[in-house]
Design a protein. Sequence first.
Length: 494
Amino acid sequence: MNGKSKILIVDDDTEYLTSLANVLKRDFSVMRASSSKEAKALLPSRPDLALLDIRLDDADPNNREGIEILKFIKRETPTIPVVMMTAYGDIDIAVEATKLGAADFIQKIRMDIREYRKAIQNVLERTRLERKVSVLEEDLHRLETWEIVGDDPKILEIKRLVDMIAKDGQATVLIRGETGTGKELAARAIHEMGIRKKEPFVSVAISALSPTVVESELFGHEKGAFTGANKRKIGYIEKADGGVLFLDEIGELDQEIQLKLLRFLDNKSFSRVGSTDEIEVDLQLLAATNKDLEKAVEEGDFRADLYYRLKTIQIFLPTLVERIEDIPKLVYHFLSFFRAQGRTKIEKISDSAMQLLKRYDWPGNVRELKNCIERAIIFAERDGHSQITPEVLPYEIQSSHSVPTDLPVELSQEGIDITEELARVELDYIEKALKMVGGKKTEAWKLLNYNDRFALYRRVKLLTKRFPHLLADFGFIEAMFGRSIDDKKSRCDG
């Protein structure tokens, strides 16, 4: 990554070729070719730039061999930029070469080495920037700042770890945490703070790829490698050369791709689908998962050797509930973010709204909080509010902590079974919710702020198993769940 850029010079004038190569090798790693055949043979070595004589036969003014090689390079290795050289200064040829993909044009009337150096360096820098731009996410919501926000001790430790990894620039890292905790954010922080920040950051969501195309998407393929492979494809690994490759949800890879990825990590090289040619790539691999990989290894779903290779360094991201005191800072961070987008002028949130946010359990973690603030500013702007108030927060956040004002049972000197009475209250709310939505369990759980419909099912099972006599007081629940409850009790009794 830190070595000289590799350039290929193609010119049939061997004297000129040798002189130019000797001068440029002070600044670049130079390969030479005096014919189209030699040039094509050297392309698999992946030069960073090709310097190409436009005619390759100065004795024949109609010779277009250089143009043909340009076409070949753009077809077979499109990521290699080409600078054309000519002794003729023919404007028509220059225009044609530019249309075919030439990055620049140099006249050979005299060897001005400063002009060569400047042209080569400009094209290399432009190509580097174009590569970086080409892999930026199109979705604006994924173009957030890479800053990790928060002062919780766990977050401060993660910041220190990210800084250490970024300065190293080589270590393979496994980022772990629940959905929405900020795994990609941590990966982007490593890239943006590190020695590879000027190179591409390529993010790949494994679960978004069809199993049949994962290998081709990661490693690329050659033309004709399989049905429908009409042209060569550069894979994500190759696109990330020099930079950082982030594989999100790596636990979704099948065993065959796991093995190929392991070989790449060990050898720093790979071959495209349909080819045996090894391509060397220098990158830092960051992987993320919300799965229990240790369990996956035990069950044979994930290779143990790849697991141990990936966990060179691990980052464990806490849930939002585990860093609840960071919520105010995150809220104001998101407000600043949306103001920077020009989407709102709102700068504040009321104390009561903030308290509701701090009491909510956030199953979707930081991502859910961001979405919540985004929704809140839309409704606050609509209603003409100058700040976020409880009324513009999602219903589940507004209602999740309300409590009944009247106690269902009077407290006496004899005392009460508080656990049973709380169970009765919960069953009462469950029955009310079911009646409100016409018995639709898929809707009732949302009113009660359970995590999902299965949580509703589990709560009814648990409460009626612990206090079976309560079921007689809740006929609607018994009608909706009775048979499955009885089946469960039968299995337990047996």
